[in-house]
Design a protein around this ligand. Structure first.
Ligand SMILES: [Zn+2]
Ligand SMILES: [Zn+2]
Length: 320
């Protein structure tokens, strides 16, 4: 299993971004991303140029666009076909997501708790999802300085509430990148075994083989009987061995390293903190897994904010 940094929420001059296609590909490549989606507002008009440019510069392109409506924003990735976003009423969103799935796409709820009226009409998620097993992911961190923003706390609370109901929804970051502003952001790392392709990447997102970070990379592996499990995987109740790996200097991009200090690793099971240990490169813990979920989080000081969450793994799920 290899972990790849990817960014799947960006904008260009095909909507309201400052980047042109060449610039976003170049900036992402220079930063170290291995895959990139351009997700302009309600348009995929940059796609042809984007794929051409990505191939030329050596970064994996992922087809995407961002549904941008009065009731919320939704990132659509890998859809082969087109689901019309116009006229979808708030209570009809489930059918729209089903249609995107039928076309091979996945959907992510973008910045669910961003400020809306009168600043940014439609940024707040107000679509009424009836079946929460439908959306593939939710952006718990978006834009700059996300770890210390109140909207991130709300998004994490929504994620935890859904996990508590037994819904396996993936947490993601969305840089919502519009311009080369050099501000600190968060990163999505996708766990891929075999080749990194648009298909294997979308499958990693769908299944939750994803770790999120504001800087250092925290990954999780579980051993149970002969099985090796990664975030998004399912273990059984009983004894489980968790291996937590922390890598400090994996990705530099725009963050100032001295502004982010990792201090503690915490393990959460079903919303409750169960273990807290000082940071180290490799931690192995023998724990008792109970039905529900377990994940690892990294805490520290983030741009002056103490005890801030600075990395998180998606959960390993536990069956009875
Ligand atoms: Zn948006
Ligand atoms: Zn956006």
């Amino acid at each position: 299993m290899q972990w790849y940094p990817v960014e799947l929420h960006t904008h260009t001059c095909h909507s309201d971004g400052d980047f042109n296609i060449k610039e976003i590909v170049h900036t992402a490549k220079r930063a170290g991303y291995q895959a990139l989606a351009v997700t302009d507002h309600n348009t995929a008009s940059g796609t042809e140029e984007f794929f051409h440019e990505a191939e030329k510069q050596g970064i994996l392109p992922v087809y995407g666009l961002e549904w941008t409506t009065y009731y919320g924003h939704m990132v659509v990735l890998g859809e082969q076909g087109y689901t019309d976003w116009r006229g979808v009423k708030p209570e009809e969103i489930d059918d729209a997501i089903r249609s995107i799935h039928q076309n091979g796409g996945i959907v992510g709820i973008a910045h669910p708790f961003s400020l809306s009226d009168p600043i940014n009409t439609g940024y707040l998620w107000e679509f009424q999802i009836h079946d929460w097993t439908l959306p593939d992911y939710i952006e718990v961190w978006s834009r700059n300085y996300a770890p210390r923003r109140i909207q991130s706390e709300r998004a994490f609370a929504l994620w935890d509430e859904l996990l508590g109901k037994g819904i396996h929804i993936t947490a993601m970051t969305g840089r919502d990148w519009h311009r080369d502003d050099q501000l600190p952001c968060c990163y999505t790392w996708a766990g891929i075994s075999g080749e990194l392709t648009a298909e294997t990447l979308l499958e990693a997102v769908r299944s939750g083989r994803i770790c999120l970070s504001a800087g250092p990379l925290l990954t999780l592996k579980a051993h149970q009987k002969e099985n090796e499990l990664f975030p998004g995987g399912t273990a059984e109740e009983g004894k489980i061995k968790l291996e937590i790996i922390l890598k400090e200097d994996v990705f530099s991009d725009s963050r100032e390293k001295d502004q982010i200090t990792a201090e503690e690793i915490r393990i959460f099971a079903n919303g409750q903190e169960t273990v807290r240990i000082p940071v180290q490169e490799q931690t192995v813990l023998e724990l008792q897994a109970e039905k529900g979920w377990m994940r690892a989080e990294l805490y520290g000081t983030y741009y002056g904010t103490k005890h801030c969450r600075i990395a998180v793994t998606n959960p390993i799920y536990i069956n009875e």
